[in-house]
Design a protein around this ligand. Structure first.
Ligand SMILES: Cc1cc2nc3c(=O)[nH]c(=O)nc-3n(C[C@H](O)[C@H](O)[C@H](O)COP(=O)(O)O)c2cc1C
Length: 329
């Protein structure tokens, strides 16, 4: 399949693996890229820019296909050393960057000067338009269903994607709730040029996380995520567990008085314990409603090949059949 996104990033299939904290290591990115998608290393999971440079070098040893790096702009008083992170990306010869969180204007000129294609992930039409205005090459439009930070507008992809298509001139991919060939065809039908997946890629053989995490995703249904940190306007969609239910009790009890300090135990520094050690009640970790569509743990290649052949079947048999009147509903 050829779309603006496959051409922009030099990939075979219009499928991107979104940056994921303590998941997006070289092993994950290389597996997705080797399967013909665009794998993404999560920049901020690396402790230092030097570590990121090493992770990029490691990924280059594992694939000769294009891969990207995610730079997330966090609401924090002590920001990471973004200039050094950008330097590691440019020096490492990476050709694609996924930005997320705040508007990436501060790093964009350096990335563009280095010939890097930038796809900004955001959760609203207005932020997508801003990304287009400041010179991003593409946008990843992240609907309310998504794992991670859906923003505060709560617009699901069934509305958000066609709205983005109506407003944007640059290409965009769907993100949030995408899992299979149906997701890809629906995304394309609504104006996207491809799709970005997070949660689905965690439940793959190559994802470098504890087996408990993969099993938890397979066991979960679409009813098992919760929104946390809404009172702090830093909403995150996470898989429910003991820590999440405790956190929600605190949010309920404290109401508008809730401060980050009140929930530090449930959210700060929990990713290594969950992703590496498999301690599934350690705290809140991002997971999408799409868990309800995930029932197996294939390799990235099996997953992407299956998505593409399902998409082919839906477009060329089901949809063409409807048009010709040769397929019954
Ligand atoms: C465990 C996990 C960690 C994530 N960490 C990040 C991150 O550090 N930076 C980022 O931009 N997005 C992050 N995301 C969001 C994903 O890149 C992607 O946008 C999202 O998962 C899409 O929704 P889906 O899970 O329904 O596919 C994370 C998602 C998950 C599930």
């Amino acid at each position: 399949m050829k779309t603006a996104i496959t051409e922009m990033f030099g990939i075979e299939h219009p499928i991107i693996q979104g940056g994921m904290h303590f998941v997006g290591f070289a092993e994950m990115a290389a597996a997705v890229s080797n399967a013909g998608g665009l794998g993404i290393i999560t920049g901020l999971t690396q402790k230092t820019p030097e570590d990121l440079a090493n992770e990029i070098a490691k990924c280059k040893d594992m694939t000769d296909k294009p891969f990207g790096v995610n730079i997330t702009f966090l609401p924090t008083l002590n920001p990471p050393d973004y200039p050094a992170i950008v330097k590691a990306i440019i020096d490492g010869g990476v050709k694609a960057v996924e930005t997320a969180g705040r508007n990436p204007a501060q790093v964009l000129p350096y990335l563009k000067d280095a010939g890097i294609k930038v796809i900004h992930k955001c959760t609203s039409v207005r932020h997508s338009l801003k990304a287009q205005d400041i010179g991003c090459d593409a946008v990843s439009v992240d609907g309310f269903e998504c794992g991670g930070h859906p923003g505060e507008d709560d617009v699901p992809n069934m509305i958000l994607l066609p709205r983005a298509a109506d407003e944007l001139d640059i290409p965009f991919v769907s993100s949030g709730g995408q899992a299979d060939g149906r997701s890809l065809v629906a995304s394309l039908a609504m104006g996207a040029q491809g799709m970005n997946m997070g949660t689905r890629f965690i439940a793959t053989k190559e994802a470098p996380v504890h087996e408990n995490v993969k099993k938890a995703i397979v066991a979960a249904s679409e009813l098992d995520t919760r929104l946390v940190m809404r009172p702090l306007r830093n909403t995150e969609r996470v898989l429910t567990n003991e820590a999440v239910e405790r956190l929600l009790e605190k949010e309920k009890a404290l109401g508008a008085d809730l401060k980050f300090e009140d929930i530090v135990e449930e959210v700060a520094g929990v990713y290594p314990r969950i992703m590496m050690e498999g301690d599934m009640d350690a705290g809140a970790w991002s997971c999408g409603m799409v868990a309800g569509l995930i029932h197996d743990i294939p390799t990235c290649k099996e997953l992407i090949d299956r998505i593409m052949s399902e998409a082919d079947q839906i477009i060329n048999e089901r949809l063409v059949g409807f048009m010709k009147g040769t397929v019954n509903a």
